[in-house]
Design a protein around this ligand. Structure first.
Ligand SMILES: Cc1cc2nc3c(=O)[nH]c(=O)nc-3n(C[C@H](O)[C@H](O)[C@H](O)COP(=O)(O)OP(=O)(O)OC[C@H]3O[C@@H](n4cnc5c(N)ncnc54)[C@H](O)[C@@H]3O)c2cc1C
Length: 406
């Protein structure tokens, strides 16, 4: 690599979102660089095809049909779905403090599934395998340490002293995006004062290819179905969001006491529960950049927005950003327009901001609604859930929105 390498587009961050974007842009014919702080070999080794049940990635995503379509267009879905992945046919949501219950069914929507639970590392692995065989210049195992720009160009400096230049730099460097801070794009953020605990469990009853979610005033608990190589239907990945003090208490429990609390929190819906992995806890914070773009610069994925995992939409919103940016830049390429054209970037921002904000507002509404235990609010939400459950068309419209279907 020369002392200063120039690209049309430089993507910083090779997580689920940035690596998909870099691959799509290169397929459009742009000269693309992708910088990822961790070392690619380690990343691929970490994500090497794992088959043991003790070896599930604690981070899984409920990938919507819209995100699946994007991964299909990028040519990586066949690789992802060749390994373990779990399409789920139904979702049951209920109020732990009442009698309200809603069940969404793929069959009612004439869809093959509501979505697919996939280990994050499987997605990253498939994307990196495709990137290695693509024209994308991969710069990995080295972190970005600074941003620079002059009148005509902008770029980044790497910790090993190299400088990279591009017409457009896209930050996909996650929730704590350094690039967003260096470029000076402010965020609106607030702490949910909750932590999400995640781990893998084995249950005595089959998960029945259903995603289970129980709400309580201190936060939601999700059991997301997993598939093993041998087709065992008794493993789930749990995401248990609880107020920070309660999460601290639960994380401090020994395995058996934690298991007992978990079993009672899910109301033994799937029989008895055994925890088969380490437990992890992630602090939850809502964050939204006031602007997604600046001159020759754009944000995608968690760098632009983070939301509560209660509806499993974070990565799906990131893939929505990727789809929109690919469409706008694809059109620009065909018309011979530079990728840093302000109108092109402004269209991307306009398309994504409204949708992302609407989803964030919905998540906040859910959290508030289930976080209150006054009798009147409890009555309202339980009656509302029962009523909604009987209203097929409205219920199906909500499900279609969550699946990313138009
Ligand atoms: C508990 C929990 C459960 C979730 N469940 C779901 C779900 O079911 N469905 C769903 O859609 N979403 C879910 N999400 C959200 C989802 O995980 C994120 O939205 C998604 O991983 C964001 O991807 P990203 O590529 O934008 O960011 P990241 O995955 O954070 O990737 C950022 C990348 O940038 C790299 N990087 C950072 N800084 C630098 C630097 N200075 N130089 C070079 N490289 C750098 C990092 O190494 C990393 O690879 C969940 C989140 C949590 C916390």
């Amino acid at each position: 690599m020369s002392e200063q390498t120039r690209f049309d587009i430089l993507v910083v961050g090779g997580g689920m979102v940035g690596s998909a974007l870099a691959l799509g842009l290169s397929r459009q014919g742009w000269n693309v660089g992708l910088v990822e702080g961790s070392d690619r070999k380690t990343l691929l080794e970490k994500s090497a095809v794992a088959s043991g049940v003790e070896d599930f990635d604690p981070r899984v995503s409920a990938i919507s049909l819209a995100s699946q379509r994007l991964l299909e267009q990028l040519g990586v879905w066949s690789e992802i779905s060749a390994g373990r992945h779990c399409p789920y046919q139904a979702m049951t949501v209920w109020d732990g403090d009442g009698t309200g219950r809603i069940r969404f069914e793929a069959a009612e929507l004439r869809a093959p599934a509501l979505g697919t639970i996939i280990e994050n590392r499987r997605i990253v692995r498939a994307l990196f395998a495709a990137l290695t065989a693509s024209d994308v210049e991969l710069v990995d195992g080295v972190k970005v340490t600074a941003w620079w720009h002059d009148q005509h160009e902008r770029g980044i400096r790497l910790e090993d002293g190299r400088t990279l230049a591009a017409k457009l730099v896209v930050a996909a460097d996650g929730a704590h995006s350094r690039l967003r801070q260096w470029v000076g794009l402010p965020t609106r953020e607030w702490d949910y004062d909750q932590q999400a605990m995640v781990c893998t469990v084995r249950t005595t009853q089959s998960h029945r290819f259903t995603a289970w979610q129980r709400f309580s005033p201190t936060g939601p608990l999700a059991f997301l179905p997993l598939s093993t190589e041998s087709g065992d239907e008794h493993f789930c990945s749990i995401v248990w969001s609880q107020d920070t003090a309660e999460a601290g208490r639960l994380m401090a429990l020994d395995d058996d006491a934690f298991r007992a609390e978990l079993e009672s929190a899910i109301e033994r819906e799937l029989g008895t529960v055994e925890v088969v992995s380490r437990r992890y806890a992630f602090p939850l914070r809502q964050r939204h950049a006031k602007d997604y773009i600046a001159s020759g610069f754009a944000l995608v994925g968690d760098a632009a927005h983070t939301i509560h995992p209660l509806a499993g939409q974070g990565a799906n919103l990131g893939y929505g950003d990727v789809r929109a940016l690919l469409e706008e830049l694809g059109r620009a390429r065909k018309a011979g327009i530079d990728p840093d054209n302000h109108l092109v970037l402004a269209r991307y921002q306009r398309r994504r901001k409204g949708e992302n904000l609407a989803m964030m507002a919905a998540m906040e509404g859910f959290k508030q609604l289930f976080g209150r235990d006054e009798l009147s609010v409890r009555w309202l939400r339980n009656t509302g859930m029962r009523w909604l459950n009987q209203l097929g068309p409205v219920k199906n419209r909500i499900a279609a929105e969550a699946m990313g279907l138009d």
